[in-house]
Each structure stands twice: as C-alpha cells, then as structure tokens.
Design a binder for this molecule. Structure first.
Ligand code: T5A
Length: 213
C-alpha cells in the first residue's frame, strides 16, 4: 500500500520504556534523510480518538471491563487508520505510532483476560490484515520503567496504577508476541541509555528497509 518504500512502524512496550523518546529520535533521523514522517499515538491520534483516550485512560482501574476497553480501543484505532495512517502511507510518508494493536492483545488480551481468538477476530473485522511493517518491542524491567514514569511527576493514568504482577505479565506477553512474529517484531533493550537505544533502532531500520540514516 505504501509508496516509495515508506513503512508503518509501531513502538510497543511497558510504561516508561522510552517509546515517545525514541519515536522523536527516529522521526528526526528520517526527516533529516528527506522523508515525510507522520507521528501518532494510541489510543488517540485524531480529535475524536483523543476523546476516547481521555474516556478510557481516565478514572480508576476496573472502571471498564477488558472487553469494553478493547471495543473503545478498536473504535479509536479504526478511525485513526482510516483517516490518518492509510492516507499517510499512500502518499509515501513514514508513520511512527506510539502503540498499536499489540497493546490491545497484551493489555486487554493476555493481561485482561479477553481470549486471544476474540481479539484477533475483532482485529480482522475492523482492520483486516492491516498491521505494522515493523514493531519495536521496547523491553525494560517494569520497576525501571515505572521509576521513569514516577520521576516525570505527572498524574498517573489508570494503567499506571496496577499491581506489580500486571506489569510482569504485560512484559512477558510482549516478548511472546515478538518470539511468535520475528519478521515483524524487533526486541530492543530499552534499559540502555537513550543514545544506545536509538542506535539499535536505527540499525534495525537500516537492515530491514535498506535505507541509510
Ligand atoms: N493501552 C493502549 C491499552 O490498554 N490497550 C491499547 O490498545 C492501547 C493502544 C497508554 C496506556 O493505554 C494502554 C497501555 C498504556 O498503559 P500512555 O500514557 O500513552 O498510556 O503511556 P505509555 O504508552 O506507556 O507511555 P509513557 O509515556 O508512560 O512511556 P514511554 O513513551 O514509553 O516513555 P517516554 O519516552 O515518555 O519516557 C518516560 C520517561 O523516561 C525518560 C524520559 O525522558 C521520560 O521522562 N527516558 C529515559 N530515561 C533514561 N534512559 C532512557 N533510555 C530513557 N528513555 C526515556
């Protein structure tokens, strides 16, 4: 679907893994190399989807059932893909997304208890076979990631107030996905200094796409 080799790249991983930081870094490198780049995030990325983000992330844990969360995520995702991501790829822009469908599989599926087959069926219904070309799984011990989140001193969203086991489960689920889909996913050691994380990400981009950054 994309023109001129542009790719759809998602960044996944636990809270505080450094996804936003690395998207900024990769976006700058791609722009510097002359590519158009669209940066987006999930849930969110369109005015309507940002409203869904506020609804689903606000309040206390347990406000929504895992199925309700999944439906809200896919409602927002459907509009984001239809109105932002696909048009960008069609005109040759690279798209960098802070989280995408693996987050639903991990948070509402593995950790939330929605059967995998049902998450996959909803994905198929809403998006068909549409998926990122490359997914970076930003791997870090949950304690270290949460330390970074707490040091930012922002108000925590409901997903940042769960028990420690929840973060262990989500980390393991991401690693399982990466193991099952090695062609799409690349696991990155996100506990390193930012510059080293960025170096590893750019190396994967160069190896898998053939572009020079
Ligand atoms: N969710 C989402 C679902 O349950 N289902 C879904 O389908 C979707 C799409 C989103 C929540 O929604 C859930 C999952 C999430 O819990 P969010 O607010 O977007 O919530 O939270 P996160 O995506 O987790 O983003 P964070 O902002 O918490 O973490 P990032 O983006 O991974 O980390 P970043 O780059 O903001 O860095 C965090 C801090 O660490 C520092 C940064 O400067 C920053 O202060 N930092 C580093 N420090 C040291 N070394 C490094 N290498 C560093 N990299 C960054």
């Amino acid at each position: 679907m994309s023109q001129s080799g542009a790719k759809f790249i998602s960044f996944e991983g636990g809270e505080g893994a450094g996804k936003t930081t690395q998207i900024k870094c990769l976006g700058e490198a791609l722009r510097h190399a002359g590519h158009e780049v669209v940066v987006t995030r999930e849930p969110g990325g369109t005015p309507d989807a940002e409203i869904v983000r506020d609804i689903v992330l606000g309040g206390e844990p347990g406000r929504w059932s895992a199925i309700e969360e999944m439906l809200l995520m896919y409602t927002a995702r459907s509009q984001l893909v239809r109105t932002v991501i696909k048009p960008a790829l069609e005109r040759g822009a690279w798209v960098l997304s802070d989280r995408f469908a693996d987050s639903t599989m991990v948070y509402q599926g593995f950790a939330g208890g929605v059967p995998m087959a049902e998450v996959r069926a909803l994905h198929k219904l809403v998006l068909g076979n549409f998926n990122p070309d490359i997914t970076f799984v930003m791997d870090i011990a949950p304690d270290s990631g949460m330390e970074r989140v707490h040091s930012r001193a922002e108000v925590l969203n409901q997903f940042e107030k769960r028990e420690a086991q929840f973060y262990e489960d989500t980390r393991n689920a991401y690693l399982d996905i990466a193991k099952a889909e090695p062609t799409r996913c690349a696991v990155i050691n996100a506990a390193q200094k930012s510059q080293l994380v960025a170096r590893d990400i750019m190396q994967v981009i160069q190896e898998r796409t053939g572009i020079t950054l």
